[in-house]
Design a protein around this ligand. Structure first.
Ligand code: IMP
Ligand code: MG
Length: 179
């Protein structure tokens, strides 16, 4: 896999340092709350599993798989649930955990959808953020690392379904996209 990477943007150590910081912050903010972590599949699995072990309060974890309707290049932003959570979030303090926020369309719609289920509160935590690409305004409470407008892989993030298992964040060589 390493041979396909042109550069490393964040090392395993840099990522984990951030995850610890986020976990500490979330622990403080949710101390007296009824926290439910909802990880967005599939990209967030690595981040969710590291993050929950850095949160030192009782919590529940569930996963949701969503997809945008229509052409993925021009995201309509209308989300469809492919796999729903198995937890009733009514009256709970929900924290949606995402791998990366790009246009923000998916999350904006996911927040609207989950809000109809009457959680007590709903916030967002993302490991990576590409603010330059944002198309809709969205309130993100916890952001790990900001990334430039480049396509990245690793730490859960994929290209054509692969590279999620890289422990660091890298940029692929141009020839990989050309294949
Ligand atoms: P958006 O914010 O609705 O545009 O979509 C965000 C989703 O696009 C993320 O959850 C990722 O699945 C995917 N994505 C965006 N940028 C990247 C990237 O650089 N690498 C891999 N996946 C990405
Ligand atoms: Mg995703």
């Amino acid at each position: 896999m390493v041979k396909d990477i042109s550069k490393v943007l964040f090392s395993k150590e840099e990522i984990y340092k951030k995850v610890k910081e986020l976990g500490t912050k979330i622990t403080q903010d949710y101390e007296d709350k009824d926290l439910v972590i909802i990880g967005v599949l599939t990209g967030s699995i690595v981040f969710v599993s590291d993050l929950i072990r850095e949160i030192d309060i009782p919590l529940e974890v569930s996963l949701i798989k969503v997809s945008s309707y229509g052409n993925s290049q021009v995201s309509s932003g209308i989300v469809k649930i492919n796999q729903d959570t198995d937890i009733n979030i009514e009256g709970k303090d929900v924290l949606i955990v995402e791998d990366i926020i790009d246009t923000g369309l998916t999350l904006k719609n996911l927040v609207e959808l989950l809000t109809t289920r009457k959680p007590k509160s709903i916030n967002i935590c993302t490991m990576f953020d590409k603010p330059e690409r944002r198309k809709v305004e969205i309130d993100v409470s916890y952001i790990g690392l900001k990334v430039p407008d480049e396509f990245i892989v690793g730490y859960g993030l994929d290209y054509a379904g692969k590279y999620r298992n890289l422990p660091y964040i890298g940029v692929l060589k141009a020839e990989i996209y050309a294949e």
